[in-house]
Design a protein around this ligand. Structure first.
Ligand code: SIN
Length: 313
């Protein structure tokens, strides 16, 4: 029986990183090694799947943004629509991996396996973790059990669903956490038919003791169509922010309450969300709530649809 055909899409990251020759302090540059070299370093992949590969981007993922997501989305949709392709593996930097993974989770059709992976150590590290992560990601994408799970992420011999995964630590091979086992993941794909050429700008504003309201006006004046408030505690809006938020709402800017803590922001529980016309993030962390809001605004959801459907993400 023929091995499954897996397409690899490479975007850069530490998995494609190399020591910086201009720096002897242990710094490295992400996204410099081409995908062909990454695959050649793991010859046993040939016994797991038939592979082809595309170098989509070559970034440190701190520089990933909405344009990169759209580029990745169109390559991923093209791959999944190819009847010859059984599954997809995406190589990505770990810093914003959870945002790209969640974006794709919402915007790709359910069905064929889609698995993201990266690495915490660069490719030329003597104990690089990239090859093992790549092997595990290809094995998962080649397995029937990974179909219809939505987007999955493999790191450090563990798989996670894109919705719940976060990078929780700056260092260490165990940098990622997710509450749920991957096998219980459900596909989403609610924006699978949306084909945006741009994504509306949504900014995240941090809540902290004494945070100034002028950041709200500055974001709106600079073109933001939505604001995700990464607030303290269970999503408490500082009194000093209320006039600026009212001004923003009057201009049609979507306001979404989220928390800098983990755990839910409950609608109308400690703010008059219905009265103020604010959205709530539930248990989605601010960066993922932003991704969802960008897609919802791109889809042209009106205020009522946003209020009823967005908290359910
Ligand atoms: C990046 O996110 O591209 C750099 C950091 C990493 O991949 O671990």
């Amino acid at each position: 029986m023929a091995l499954p055909k897996i397409r690899i899409l490479a975007t850069g990251g530490t998995i494609a990183g190399e020591a910086d020759p201009g720096n002897d302090g242990g710094r490295y540059r992400a996204g410099v090694r081409p995908v062909t070299a990454l695959l050649a370093a793991v010859p046993e992949l040939d016994g797991i799947a038939r592979l082809d590969a595309e170098q989509i981007l070559a970034l440190d993922s701190k520089d990933m943004g909405p344009d990169g997501w759209l580029c990745l989305l169109s390559a991923a949709r093209r791959a999944l629509a190819d009847a010859q392709v059984d599954g997809l593996v995406i190589l990505h930097g770990t810093d914003t991996l959870e945002e790209s993974a969640y974006f794709l989770h919402l915007a790709l059709p359910a069905g064929k396996p889609v698995v993201l992976t990266g690495a915490m150590r660069p490719a030329d590290h003597p104990e690089a973790d990239g090859p093992a992560n790549l092997r595990a990601a290809v094995s998962l994408a080649a397995s029937a059990g990974a179909a219809d799970k939505g987007v999955l992420v493999v790191m450090n011999a563990q798989a996670h669903g894109a919705r719940d995964l976060i990078k929780a630590r700056t260092t260490g091979l165990d940098a990622f956490e997710a509450g749920q086992p991957w096998a219980t993941s459900r596909p989403d794909g609610r924006f699978a038919t949306l084909t945006p050429s741009i994504l509306p700008r949504v900014d995240i504003l941090p809540g902290y003791a004494g945070a100034p309201a002028m950041l709200i006006d500055a974001c709106v004046a600079d073109g933001a169509r939505g604001l995700v408030l990464a607030l303290t505690g269970h999503g408490s809006v500082p009194k000093a922010w209320e006039p600026a938020l009212l001004r923003a709402r009057t201009q049609g800017v979507a306001i979404l309450r989220a928390s800098r803590c983990s755990g839910p922001v409950i609608r109308n529980a400690n703010a008059d969300d219905d009265g103020a016309g604010w959205l709530t993030a539930g248990d989605l962390p601010p960066p993922k709530a932003r991704v969802a809001l960008m897609l919802a605004l791109a889809a042209g959801w009106d205020a009522d649809t946003l209020q009823t459907r967005l908290p359910g993400f």
